[in-house]
Design a protein. Sequence first.
Lengths: 347, 347, 347, 347
Amino acid sequence: MYFASDNAGPAHPAIMDAVAKANTGYAMPYGADPIIDEVRAQIREIFEAPEAVVYLVATGTAANSLALATFCQPFETVFCAPVAHIHEDECNAPEFYSSGAKLTLVGDAPKMTPDALRTAIENEESRGVHGPQRGPVSITQVTERGTVYSIEELTALCDVAKGFGLPVHLDGARFANALVTLGCTPAEMTWKAGVDVVSFGGTKNGCVGVEAVILFDPKKAWEFELRRKRGAHLFSKHRYLSAQMKAYLTDDLWLESARMANANCARLVEGLREAGVTFMHEPQANMIFCAFPRAAHQRLHDAGAAYYVWSGSLEGDDPEEMLEARLVCDWSGSAEDIDRFVGLVKG
Amino acid sequence: MYFASDNAGPAHPAIMDAVAKANTGYAMPYGADPIIDEVRAQIREIFEAPEAVVYLVATGTAANSLALATFCQPFETVFCAPVAHIHEDECNAPEFYSSGAKLTLVGDAPKMTPDALRTAIENEESRGVHGPQRGPVSITQVTERGTVYSIEELTALCDVAKGFGLPVHLDGARFANALVTLGCTPAEMTWKAGVDVVSFGGTKNGCVGVEAVILFDPKKAWEFELRRKRGAHLFSKHRYLSAQMKAYLTDDLWLESARMANANCARLVEGLREAGVTFMHEPQANMIFCAFPRAAHQRLHDAGAAYYVWSGSLEGDDPEEMLEARLVCDWSGSAEDIDRFVGLVKG
Amino acid sequence: MYFASDNAGPAHPAIMDAVAKANTGYAMPYGADPIIDEVRAQIREIFEAPEAVVYLVATGTAANSLALATFCQPFETVFCAPVAHIHEDECNAPEFYSSGAKLTLVGDAPKMTPDALRTAIENEESRGVHGPQRGPVSITQVTERGTVYSIEELTALCDVAKGFGLPVHLDGARFANALVTLGCTPAEMTWKAGVDVVSFGGTKNGCVGVEAVILFDPKKAWEFELRRKRGAHLFSKHRYLSAQMKAYLTDDLWLESARMANANCARLVEGLREAGVTFMHEPQANMIFCAFPRAAHQRLHDAGAAYYVWSGSLEGDDPEEMLEARLVCDWSGSAEDIDRFVGLVKG
Amino acid sequence: MYFASDNAGPAHPAIMDAVAKANTGYAMPYGADPIIDEVRAQIREIFEAPEAVVYLVATGTAANSLALATFCQPFETVFCAPVAHIHEDECNAPEFYSSGAKLTLVGDAPKMTPDALRTAIENEESRGVHGPQRGPVSITQVTERGTVYSIEELTALCDVAKGFGLPVHLDGARFANALVTLGCTPAEMTWKAGVDVVSFGGTKNGCVGVEAVILFDPKKAWEFELRRKRGAHLFSKHRYLSAQMKAYLTDDLWLESARMANANCARLVEGLREAGVTFMHEPQANMIFCAFPRAAHQRLHDAGAAYYVWSGSLEGDDPEEMLEARLVCDWSGSAEDIDRFVGLVKG
């Protein structure tokens, strides 16, 4: 019963096979392997973006930080939600890669609203040379609270950004999970809505460790390459990144994997609803936040269930006190584990 | 016939098997997997260093940059050879990770000498607060010209550094190849000689992509962890790095692999010597620099041999003009390819 | 009628005389002039801090950024009020000097409260290596809204910081104005309350351009000197900074000057109160925020009064609409100008 | 007898008077004072560059670092002479301001030659994404060894840079001294030769502390302003910088002052030549390097003469051993002191 994160499950066998299959003979190093060309062709087709440039790195933080640094000057500020991964979970990597840019928190909700974004943007540069200048807007899709921006919501945020001439970054660590929820095309969820650069996640959705950065405008391609190298994220044996991403995109494995994760989560939600559990945020993809009594947490804990107690503490006297949990499902979870988890919540 | 680099060959099957075997069920992410504990125990035993702390990253540049940044203030300078990888081949990554430290080039040879190092160190700080301050000494073993520091040479360099109270970093991207050449223990080539922190390479010697950073003094362990995370080099699915390194260190695979690479190189050297080829630097490990006529280069080129023409150009009228080549062998090279290469040089 | 800022008035004649007097013959450059020794002795006596080290720079932003960088690692975050100068008015200088540290905004009021500070600190590092680590607390005294922390308030904030082992920085761009308000000693407002490092302002209080950074613990003195040089803030003709600071501290000029500024402000407040003006924040030093009708603003504007319309816009139809003003007094303001300003508000 | 540096003498009375005269009433802060407009007009006229943008800072290191950072990406390298101030005397400030760019040392002489520059530039980027990319060329005029590039030499260096599409920075800390030596126009020594940005020094030539950065192409003006603010080099009471620079440029004071410094130096050289002293570098402006016996150094030392013993040490047995001295003259030196110095060398 592992619901702590979608980065703790195994890689999909098809990914692992592709890595093993790539392991024959010599291959040009440092991103000059032949497989990356196939990956580029796949992504351009899938995103209907024949001009897009595509680079691979091994961590989501690298993807986000390099993407933002390429679109952000050190005297600017990045607009993001207060719970954004780039703000809370990357130990100042965006500040590091951007040579000291700031992050401006937009509103106080997990989802940015166009009004809050406009207010935040207008608020900066009221001070001329004294304050940080306006930089990119970064949107997380799936959000860090498991909700999904609709195409309308995404477009409205991009419109605000574009109104100020600002570039838009999409942190798509869970890109596929959001896409499956929305049932739209990758193009609709990105450049058609106004997104300029995407961190396209693979690691959390069945890969060993690979993320693509997709720049729809190739103008900054060379700068990105240099920043990747300078950040020590250019792999010599790059073919193993390419092989993962190629397999991930072949035969819709990426969508299939996300569908399984979301379906697992839906089953979990259904069970928990039956158990009378309250949800902090609307469950829309593969991550949920919900509250149930300490006694249930203790039963789960005793049974070895792994997940984050998000607020409150297992320690405490009152068995009825409500504690929040964060629960994440991946493609590899089993119906059995989910049902067992729900059963333990029910008591 | 691939002699361009030791980062272009396949991973050793035992490494790939270990990665595949690690791919079952859930594992704690972000370096909390159980395999890393085994790796730590292995390295502590192999290096006779029970206090050492060990961290894994995926690229040699990350290992070097993070190791140096942990021992270097932004107002200091790192002492290294003019051909050091950290100076020539990392696109300012050491400057980036150290927040803008300088690199001071020691002497003009591929190997630093104690005298040149002392002169360089004494030269800095003659200017008090105005010049960069003295920072770590970084030694590359195997050097970027394929030569190997003897234990006496290493110790003498470390003694100079220690005389000024400076820490010593060893860039061991080809650590195993040097160790096999010297026939000494890992401890003798590192902390017993005076080294404080090692970039211990796996990628060039049969791994998919993994390097260990070994700090013999655990005092800076937590700072290193934070710098690794901030640099976006902390893998969520860390078990796949751990699995590689564990297999690499098991049953002396790392030494066996280096022995094969060095033996391949020795066979190549022997053949080239017979062919009357001149060597720019004494061949001591798995990388050589040598000169032979343009006509021979052209035969190799026509036959599809891959390697760097290090000085001069294939284009040119004079078939007798001597052009230099850099040739690197890895564990996976075949005697057949080597002999064919030599045959083509002979004409 | 100039109330736009206390950095737009002339330097006090005594300061200017001291600069002129320092202009004879040769003086050792780069902070080795004899006058700085006198300044150090003055500050150690005034602050009852015989161990304190003192450095001069020319801008408040330099003082703040260098002080913070000396106490902050790049993977840490600085705790400050949302309206702090370091956050809003320094164009990412603190992020620059700290090599990319973050700023965490405490609460939503111009004054930090101990509870809000504790909450903010506890909130960080709930995420281990993933989030920014806890760094220094920076307190602005006088606050950016013209209010003054009492000794009790300062001590309570420092106690919270100390409870977490965090250093405390005091941004004292208007140090003297606060001191005059509180009627306490410099020691009470700094190290006795728990402050580790102070930006001690001179520029806004009658100097040409000089700020002292005072470190009560000399341990980081040399690091500060190197950071100052690396930041290009070490003056070659340093004697002119020393001369200003010496004159500023001689015969209580700094206190006298602040008393005049505060008294000017008190006269302004009294007049505006009579005129029925509302104050946004309690006037406690030499800067006030208050609201009065657009018609009054227009009268002032027509008469050439200089100040910031803080919210709202002069343009608009409704003469009765209330617009906020920020008004700052310095030592050089005249009673005549103040009374004329008040008269125009009254209409 | 002070020959240690040209930054230790007093400011010219006309400069000091201008500062005092600027000290009346209120003036708009942060570079919006009316005097800076006059300065801009002066510089545009003097440099025959009606489009040039001009900014003031207080230190030469700030001028150099900000100018370079504005023309240099963090993954690039700056080409300069091994003795360049930016390399030896700024404690990594250029690396800091450029977010970690590298400095590549050109040749081994105090003056760069076009051939050495071309070789250095060609050498970089032979490694594609792996090495630092080519960035600006920085030329020091007067050089750090007291020699002066002729217009032909400057133009030849700029031509090499331009051939590679690289911008050129001139470190003109002693701009006026060089100009007086060459007898050319400011335009000829800068943009007509191919220079893009100049650090135009005032501090070493009679000012209190002011340097102008002149960008001949206004395209990067706003970026420069933001970098200046972020570097904490935007003065609130900016009028005092403006006043210095205005007086410096009025009635050819800057040229007059440099002529006096150079003339003082010429007198010193003449005396030393008569005394049989050897010169390490051709004396061309106001700084010389020469060798004479320890006994003479000791006589000077005993008489209180201040200057740098550049190589060797006063301590030592052999009174005949030759020790090098660095001697710098400023506008304020007296013929009497010079003659007395020469007399003591003669013995």
